[in-house]
Design a protein around this ligand. Structure first.
Ligand code: AMP
Length: 202
């Protein structure tokens, strides 16, 4: 069970969720590199899944090349498949995916999402749903590179309009269209737990 720790508006560490592949839009790679550089320049520790593949590897390399701190959390069984990065500031090898996600959650002050696949979605939805349950108040920022996440924004709106989530739950997640928008969005994010999730009794 995660613990709620109130983050300051200036994060010391951010966890990045993103694809283990590059995707089809070549500009996404540039955005991944720009994110890694920005984190290093701002002295914000990058926490991520620890792999050397896809956008994950690009973000990590860009941060390291710029002298940033990078912490990777990788399950033992993925060390080979996701090419566990050999030169991170720190690598934690864990036993399970659940342990990986918990450590990524505990070791970061907020979450930034780049384009990615099912793993990225799973990681995002876990921290977003924990936020709606009041288990933490860490900000979640989604970088909508090239409109990749527009269908996700529409889906979340639909969930609210369909009566399955509070509109205020969407205050916990910001969509930005550039790296420059990430830190301002974090600074503007409400720190309160927000409305308790309403349940309908039968
Ligand atoms: P993907 O977005 O599918 O390219 O995956 C990005 C990262 O998420 C990779 O490091 C995967 O190991 C990880 N991942 C994949 N499936 C899951 C899952 N069910 N739970 C947590 N992480 C996952």
């Amino acid at each position: 069970m995660p613990e709620s720790s109130p983050p300051s508006s200036r994060p010391a560490s951010l966890c990045v969720f993103c694809g283990a592949r590059f995707g089809t839009d070549p500009t996404t790679r540039e955005t991944a590199v720009a994110l890694g550089r920005m984190l290093a320049d701002q002295a914000i520790t990058l926490v991520y899944g620890g792999g050397g593949v896809g956008l994950m590897g690009l973000v990590a390399n860009a941060a390291l090349d710029r002298g940033g701190k990078v912490v990777g959390i990788i399950p033992r069984f993925l060390l080979e498949r996701e090419a566990g990065h050999p030169a991170l500031t720190e690598t934690a090898v864990v036993d399970t995916m659940h342990e990986r996600k918990l450590q990524m959650f505990e070791r970061s002050d907020g979450f930034v999402v780049l384009p990615g696949g099912l793993g990225t979605l799973e990681e995002l939805f876990e921290v977003l749903s924990w936020r709606t349950l009041g288990l933490h108040t860490k900000p979640i920022v989604i970088i909508d590179q090239g409109g990749y996440w527009k269908p996700l924004a529409a889906l979340l709106q639909n969930v609210v309009e369909g009566g399955f989530a509070e509109r205020t739950h969407l205050d916990h997640v910001a969509f930005v269209d550039s790296i420059e928008g990430v830190l301002p969005a974090i600074a503007a994010m409400p720190r309160s737990v927000g409305l308790a999730k309403r349940l309908d009794r039968v």
